[in-house]
Design a protein around this ligand. Sequence first.
Ligand SMILES: *Cc1c(COP(=O)(O)O)cnc(C)c1O
Length: 460
Amino acid sequence: MPRSEAPRPPGIERLLAVVRPRVVGERDHQALLALAHELIDAERGRIAGGEPGRDLGALADELVAKLERLADPLSSGLVNVINATGVILHTNLGRAPWPAAAIEAARAAAAGYTLLELDRISGRRGARFRAAELHLIALTGAEDALIANNNAAALALAVGLAGRGGGVAISRGELAEIGGAVRIPEIIRRSGARLVEVGTTNRTRVDDFEEPLASGRARVVVRVHPSNFVIAGFTEAPDSQAVAALAHRHGAIVVDDLGSGALLPTERYGLAHEPMPSERLAAGADLVMFSGDKLLGGPQAGLIVGRAGLIARLRRDPLARASRPDKTTLAALGATLGLYRAGLAQAEVPVWRMIAADAASIGARARAIRDGLPAQVRPKVTVEALDSTIGGGSLPGEILASFGLLVRAGSASRLLADLRRGDPCIVARIAEGAVVLDLRTVEPGADSVVLRAVTGLIGQ
Ligand SMILES: *Cc1c(COP(=O)(O)O)cnc(C)c1O
């Protein structure tokens, strides 16, 4: 039997002639052409791989669907997730959900022109939008403040004060990896400074800083808060105030990286004390930095507070320009910090709302979800006490008593994957062979979604 000719995909112009009347909007010809080429090339590849060729109609449907997807703001791939892990600041899930005020502020800033760097009175170029920085000054008692793109950038900027080749002293107990394989010593080296290690992994004393400072080998002292690990046992870390006094005696600068930091007292919620920027400034730190999207609960940013002269030097550093946040971040951060100043942080900032939620009310929500499940599903689901964590490199080892649902229905890993692949995407965890849904990190408004998802997946 003669071999039949391999089918050939339709020509680009034929495809576009079918597609064009089916899509709305004034479409750029080059953009349509590029997508059509992509599609036809892929089709050729499939045919070459032995798959049957598709007809013009099927290819047109695919191109139309692709065009719709590309123009849909909610199909960028950044899927909204229900976080049922009980980890409040989940770095893989984008850390802090923003307060409503921050979302609104960012939306308004994004939608139009803003007075980002224009002085309204004089009509001249002005300082870059200062609201967030002014809030920080008010909240921490600092002389000045500067916002960078994230805390790692803030740290790189600050250690640059040592100058090229200048020494930066740091305790060996604080040479941490902050996550994503990013290490504090690398940040210091990349900034052009020279790392001067002091003390030992488990014990560093104030005296250990004496020689490098007295000899001028170090011009900056960096303190890094152990934000994602605990050193226990035979340990000693030098007192902030004593290190600062020693550094200042030798004319050195003290930079204190708090990682998360807290603008509300964490002990109020039964957690260990997380250092507050104002305390470290009072203890003599010249610059204190912390993240915008950890316990602060706002957008990704690196917040630097401290001495006016040093902040002014940082502002002039080209690296400050390279790591400056955009208008939406500045607007969202300003709105978030405004909530702290208005005394509304616990009520309005989701991270603090989740921290403050009491276990009893979370338990009541869990029982309500279980009670709402169909009779055939309910026996597979139990309400249990759980431990939530803060996460995001904050308060390691600290837990908050919580409640949630344990689902036992076949393979736990398969159910976990099904929840993740569902719509909406629910991220949970596995413990003792069960899928665990911790409700502390689920907004109460989403409880009904959890109920429907569990019913849908195990109700058959
Ligand atoms: C998280 C963390 C950083 C990095 O902060 P980002 O805002 O994620 O860049 C730096 N230092 C410490 C101690 C941290 O915990």
